[in-house]
Design a protein around this ligand. Sequence first.
Ligand code: ADP
Ligand code: F6P
Length: 326
Amino acid sequence: MANIKTIGVLTSGGDAPGMNAAIRAVTRAAIYNGFKVKGFYRGYRGLVDNEVVDLKTQNVSNIIQHGGTILKTARCKEFKTVEGRQKAWETIKKNGIDALVVIGGDGSLSGARQFASEYDFPIVGLPGTIDNDLYGTDHTIGYDTALNTIMWCVDRIRDTAYSHERLFFIEVMGREAGFLALNGAIASGAEAAIIPEISIEHDQLAELIQNGFRDSKNSAIVLVAESPVTGGAMGLAERVRTEFPQYDVRVTILGHLQRGGSPTAQDRILATRMGAAAIDALMEGQRNIMIGDDDEKIIYTPFSKAIKLEKTIDRSLLETLRQLSL
Ligand code: ADP
Ligand code: F6P
């Protein structure tokens, strides 16, 4: 192990339920093993501007159940510049930080990789994003809570869709990935999911229309992943309205409500295991890796793979959706 005395921690990019549980686990596991911990506010903004707080065990009490992040989060353009990262490095030195734990999504881990290589500095990443789009982990922190939120919302929309015999396009988040849309559709018994991974290959909407949406009932729910590739829920609804005016179409965009709320047990457990694993990894001398879960086991994936390789989506679930929407 490198000579580590003080560990920094930050949350960056889009917030995700379970980030607080991860901060708690990192802080307490580090203190248990004899390290000092400092938190940086607003992701890389806190590194650039030296916004820092000492984290003691009591600072992370009573947070495991809360969504959001007590350290706040931000998207920091300055950190993408050489000058910004130079300022961040000065903050690291000024505060005596020997290693950093970065909790965030693909962009945050890209930043971590860049910074770690420029300054030869040990960083361990935790996958914190509702999108579940990082290679090297079955699940990201926040994904399960967001899925449950989607399911809760779709259950309610189905009541009105059924009563009015309407076709609903419900847009969910996921950036360029369809995990939330596909598994959200499975969990809520939706008729279909339109996801970028497939839309790029063929016109999923045309196929749905050709199949009559749903033969036996007059209402249908289609989950749509936000993306220019899918056309989004608005775009798809517009197409149906002009091409098939017989359908009574409505749109719901779930938006940022998917990012909030108390984390599920699964996310709290995942975040806790990963947070503790980050400290273990640093003690083993690991650096520039992301912690992941693979079939319940903790694994390490180099940043270069986690952010570059595409995580594959289970396409067979689309066929399951199709078969079950009789
Ligand atoms: P997420 O981590 O949720 O994917 P973003 O893509 O917005 O969120 O990235 C979060 C932050 O990470 C950015 O605002 C920026 O500060 C930093 N970042 C992203 N990509 C890079 C990069 N290539 N180099 C340096 N920093 C980056
Ligand atoms: O990466 C998480 C995420 O919620 C994406 O699913 C979504 O595209 C994006 O962040 C939204 O970002 P913002 O909060 O900046 O609108």
